[in-house]
Every structure is written in C-alpha cells, then in structure tokens.
Design a protein around this ligand. Sequence first.
Ligand SMILES: NC(=O)c1ccc[n+]([C@@H]2O[C@H](COP(=O)([O-])OP(=O)(O)OC[C@H]3O[C@@H](n4cnc5c(N)ncnc54)[C@H](O)[C@@H]3O)[C@@H](O)[C@H]2O)c1
Length: 383
Amino acid sequence: MATKSLGVVLNGVTGRMGYRQHLVRSILAIREQGGVELRDGTRVHLTPLLVGRNEEKLRDIAAQHDIERWTTDLDTALGDSGQQVYFDAQLTSVREKSIVKAIDAGLHVYTEKPVSETLDGALDLARRARDAGVKNGVVHDKLFLPGLVKLRRLIDSGFFGRILSVRGEFGYWVFEGDWQSAQRPSWNYRAEDGGGIVVDMFCHWDYVLHNLFGRVGAVTSRAVTHLPHRWDENGELYEATADDAAYAIFELDGDVVAQFNSSWTVRVHRDELLELQVDGTLGSAVAGLHRCVVQPRAATPRPTWNPDLPDTTPYRQQWQDVPDNVGAENGFKAQWEQFVRHVVDDEPHPYDFLAGARGVRLAQAGLQSSAEARRIELPELTL
Ligand SMILES: NC(=O)c1ccc[n+]([C@@H]2O[C@H](COP(=O)([O-])OP(=O)(O)OC[C@H]3O[C@@H](n4cnc5c(N)ncnc54)[C@H](O)[C@@H]3O)[C@@H](O)[C@H]2O)c1
C-alpha cells in the first residue's frame, strides 16, 4: 500500500482545544487508524511537531503520547524543511502573526476559529495565503454535529418546504470562579485578550447559517456583559470586560429570519446546550448537538390558547426522532481528514480563510450593531 507523510506543526497544543480535540482526538486518532486514506488508497501519515511556550508541558505531552519532536521556538519549527502544514490553536489574540510567519515560510495553514481578531486582519491573511499559493482552512466544527447533520439531511430532502425562520438557543452558566472554578479559561471574559461571546460564537453562527440556510445579509444585535467581575485560574478577582451574552437577529438571503441567543449567563432548561428550531411551511425541526426531532405539516396539532385551565398537552411528545442512519465521527478529526485531502489530493475545501473572514465580519458587525444600536447590512464578501 502506498504511503505519504505530512509534517504538521501544531501550535497551542497545551490549550483546551489544541490538546483534546486536535492533538488527541484528531492527529493521534488518525495515527492510530493508520493515516488519512486518499481516493486512490494511498495513506497519508501525519508527523506532528509540537510548538508552545511552556517547555515542561510540551515535554510531558510529547512523552505521554510518544511524539518525538517539540520546540518552544516557532521560527525553528517553521524553518524545518520536513513541515508542510501549520496548525494554530493558540489564544485568538496571538494567532494572526503566527499565521503570517507560517504563510511566509510557505506552509499550508489550518487554524482554529476565529482566524483573526479583526476583519482587516482576516482578509489580509486570506490575501497573503492566496498570493503565496498555500492552502488554507478554518475549523467549522458545528456542521459536523450529528444533530446538524440530520438537519442538513432534512433540508436536502425538501422536508421544510419554504423555510421561514430559525431560532438558536446556545449557552449555559459559566461559573464566576469564586466558590466554584469556571469551566472556561478566564481570557474568554477579557476583551483585551480576545474574549467575548460575540467574537467566539458569531463566527460559528455565520458558517452554520450560510451553509444550511443562506448567506447572512444583515445583523441586529445587543451584546451585554451581565457579570462585570469574575475570578481567574489563580482565584484572583478580575474585571470581565468582554460581553458574556448576545441577543441577535440575522437576516438571511431568501427572507429567512434567524434569531440567536448566545449566553454564558443562562441556566439550561433545554435538552442540549445548543438547540436550533427551524420552522417551514411543510414542517418544523428542533436539532441539538446529537438529537433532531421533526413535526411535519400533516401531523401538526392544533394548540388553543386558554389561560383559565392548566395546559396538559404533551407538546414534546408530538415530535418524531430523526434516526442517525450513519455513524457519527468526531467532527474535528473529520475536518482534519478533509484538510489533509485538500492539501495532498487537491480535494475541495469549502471553509477557507475567506469563509473565516466572513465569520469574523459577522462578529465585528454584531458588536458594531450593539454599540451603535442599529441594523448592519452585510454585502457579499470578496477578496
Ligand atoms: N471550535 C470550537 O468550538 C472552539 C471552542 C473553544 C475555543 N476555540 C478556539 O480555540 C482557541 C484556543 O481556545 P482554548 O479554549 O483552547 O484556550 P486555552 O486558554 O485553553 O488555550 C490557549 C492556548 O494558547 C496558548 N497561549 C496562551 N497565551 C499565549 C500567548 N500570549 N502567546 C502564545 N500562546 C499563548 C496557551 O499556552 C494554550 O496552548 C481560541 O482561538 C478559541 O477561539 C474553538
């Protein structure tokens, strides 16, 4: 069997996403399965070179997972002739300059979202990558969630008829950090460190909406910092300068209206941490991370409003489960395989830096809409 090998520089693997989703559940899982299979049966083996700031942590991770090479010097890693791909899961605020270095070194680049903190920065990266002729991609993991895969299938089958609206509910309570530690890193709550729920989540909502329902043509949003103080990893009180909740309306091409609540200051009374309700002329669906239920037009009950009597209608039981039908794979691993095939076999990769820039623009417009209390229109984005 023919094999190829691909040197992959992995920066930020000591972090939450870099370690768990990208190193362990993607790169090492791919190593375990014997590489990425191409169309002609060739298998591509990924050879990781870890990069980070903390020598001790890197050494430990490398030893624990039997990885030969690591360094605390990015330039050394990028200058190594055996490397073809650079991956970035660092803190968002330090991403852009590392990616510029990787492009200048001629490496293909795959990165966590958001690709940059600003639209100008994201477009600059997209142009640099295009001009240097390097392949580029941004994580778009939510499209791989089993619940959203089922939603895609429903859309493709014509189940909804004309789609009218989408309602997204995302969030959970992130502990303040005083009497219980926070479940997310403290930088997420400091604007000066690239934090904020709009910057974090709107780039996800952009590709979810764009790929499933239509391009986002306008946004109206209200971003709020509900909790002005939190406690960090060392138990120190800090000022939470970033938004921790956002209430937004996205207007999509095709007259679909999408309304999303995103919040780290909400307690969950839902079946899953993300739920999307889609209503169409012929049927409705509610999709979460895993499950998806439907109610077709012909099986729609007739609710009647009567505040004088307790409501005993079992509304949730009036929906039907959409079956999995296909086995679910880790979405991060599936995206890595997609990107490797793009690099080695030139397979299409729809989620490039320009798509990433579109997500950054939606976040930027969401913050602007909130600050200026107005609706922001979003023309088609081009390089
Ligand atoms: N796709 C998703 O669903 C998803 C989810 C969470 C986070 N993210 C993205 O992943 C990235 C990392 O988030 P995380 O939650 O893993 O954060 P984290 O704080 O756990 O990890 C951050 C990483 O960056 C490194 N780092 C921190 N400060 C640095 C600095 N000044 N210079 C260089 N490196 C530095 C850390 O050592 C660590 O390796 C962010 O860009 C975030 O937006 C994506």
